[in-house]
Ligand binder design. Structure first.
Ligand code: HEM
Length: 425
């Protein structure tokens, strides 16, 4: 049977051009268009600016595109390239393969054990700060606390150096750059002047850290930080210029702190609405892990994972010409009622799943060859911090809450999360 083509046959559920035009005029975010186009279980999509975009949400389609079809569907020029340069997240082809090989072993379950003391040290700082705050009874922004923690853990792991306040401010300014990046596929790459200034300060920190590490590396032999590993790679591979090392550092910093910080914030947003779950998780490592898994289901920070078909091919019987955009959307996949009954309900009891989930049904860390390098690191740091805080404190938000989700390049809460913490009796 002749496969039908999305550019002429058009799958039956393709959104009509008038609806796309109305969305364009409205200035609404991309997620609104995706919600309109979405039909559970089906390939749908729309045409924009002469290009076809296919929305991929059904687990079996997600598995085809990200899992088994990893070579056929690739990342187009990454939306974060102005920030990340040629780092691992935006690299493609052989360059990506060799970059991933260099760092893979450091991020396995065993590899991240070398950073346990960094994670424990950074968590202890937050516990101390909360104990002091509980004594004074003052509310504060806990989204900022978890962000300091995740910047601290990744910085210590990258450089083997603790984080000082000035460095933190330069590194955390990355969020202003991230916020300025286009959420949409193929969006413009130009940054506003404030983001350009933040980028310059960030680069200065990176090149300073590189110079320090190089001096130490020569003086006392190989260390155990990511920078040491990159310097080892540079000794045998000329591709590792200072610029590429900078790009890799920024990639790990951005990928490494933003998502974990936002996930921890979402966890507190959800726990605040469900105090009974907060009570159950106090002192129970398994329950803490389930809270994080369920948080990542409802609020996968990588809510949209775009790919482009490199060659003509078919997906589920539909012909996809080369150049078709495929918009894999974990946010919608995680709300598939076939897999997740009452999908909008926060229910950590879903985890660990009693029977294996269909491939492609749950992907907060992506799946396939481009799945998250830092999954183990992220889960470990989030478990340690959330476990330590819930065991000792209760948390009660004092302001309006973190607000609505913002579907930017990642999925983040709109505002700060002011809360009062109290020592458990
Ligand atoms: C809750 C925390 C995190 C979440 C939800 C998350 C999510 C993701 C997702 C969905 C992808 C795949 C993107 C795609 O397929 O287009 C990804 C890739 C990646 N993540 Fe994470 N991530 C987290 C934490 C981390 C941490 C802590 C690190 C580093 C220490 C990290 C490093 C990376 C890197 C380097 C890639 C690119 C891998 C490649 O292209 O080969 N991530 N992450």
């Amino acid at each position: 049977m002749q496969a039908q083509c999305v550019t002429d046959g058009v799958p039956p559920d393709f959104l009509d051009d008038a609806a796309v035009a109305a969305w364009t005029v409205s200035g609404a975010p991309l997620v609104d268009l995706l919600r309109q186009a979405h039909v559970p279980g089906r390939l749908t999509g729309f045409r924009r600016g002469g290009r076809s975009a296919v929305l991929v949400t059904a687990p079996r389609h997600v598995h085809q595109v990200l899992g088994v079809g990893g070579d056929r569907y690739v990342k187009r020029s990454h939306r974060a390239r102005p920030l990340l340069g040629d780092g691992m997240l935006s690299a493609t082809g052989e360059a990506w393969r060799s970059q991933r090989r260099v760092l893979q072993a450091m991020f396995t379950r065993r590899g991240v054990q070398r950073w346990e003391h960094h994670i424990a040290g950074a968590a202890a700082c937050v516990v101390d700060r909360w104990a002091e705050r509980a004594r004074r009874g003052e509310p504060a922004d806990i989204a900022e606390d978890v962000q300091f923690f995740t910047v601290d853990t990744i910085w210590r792991s990258l450089t083997d150096r603790p984080l000082d306040r000035e460095t933190y401010l330069d590194l955390a300014a990355v969020q202003d750059i991230v916020a300025a990046l286009p959420a949409d596929v193929g969006g413009t790459a130009a940054l506003p002047p404030a983001a350009e200034a933040a980028l310059a300060a960030l680069d200065e920190q990176m090149f300073r850290a590189l110079a320090d590490a190089r001096a130490r590396h020569r003086a006392d032999g190989a260390g155990v930080s990511v920078l040491d590993r990159l310097l080892d790679a540079a000794a045998s591979d000329p591709a590792y210029t200072d610029r590429l090392i900078r790009d890799e550092l920024v990639t790990l910093l951005v990928a490494g702190y933003e998502s974990s910080a936002r996930t921890l914030t979402w966890a507190f947003v959800l726990l605040d609405r469900h105090p009974e779950v907060m009570e159950r998780a106090a002192g129970d490592a398994g329950a803490v892990e389930a809270v994080l898994s369920e948080t990542l289901r409802l609020y996968p920070t990588g809510w949209l994972l775009p790919r482009t078909a490199v060659a003509d091919g078919t997906l589920d019987g539909w012909a996809l010409p080369a150049g078709t955009d495929l918009l894999v959307c974990p946010y919608l996949t995680h709300r598939d009622p076939e897999v997740w009954p009452e999908p909008e309900a926060f229910d950590p009891g879903r985890f660990p799943a009693r029977s294996p989930l269909p491939p492609g049904a749950y992907l907060p860390f992506g799946i396939g060859p481009r799945a998250c390098l830092g999954t183990r690191f992220a889960m470990r740091e989030m478990e340690v911090l959330l476990g330590a805080l819930l065991a000792r404190f209760t948390v009660e938000t004092t302001g309006p809450g973190a607000g609505e989700p913002v579907f930017g390049i990642n999925l983040r809460p709109a505002g700060p999360l002011h809360a009062r913490v109290r020592e458990r009796p």
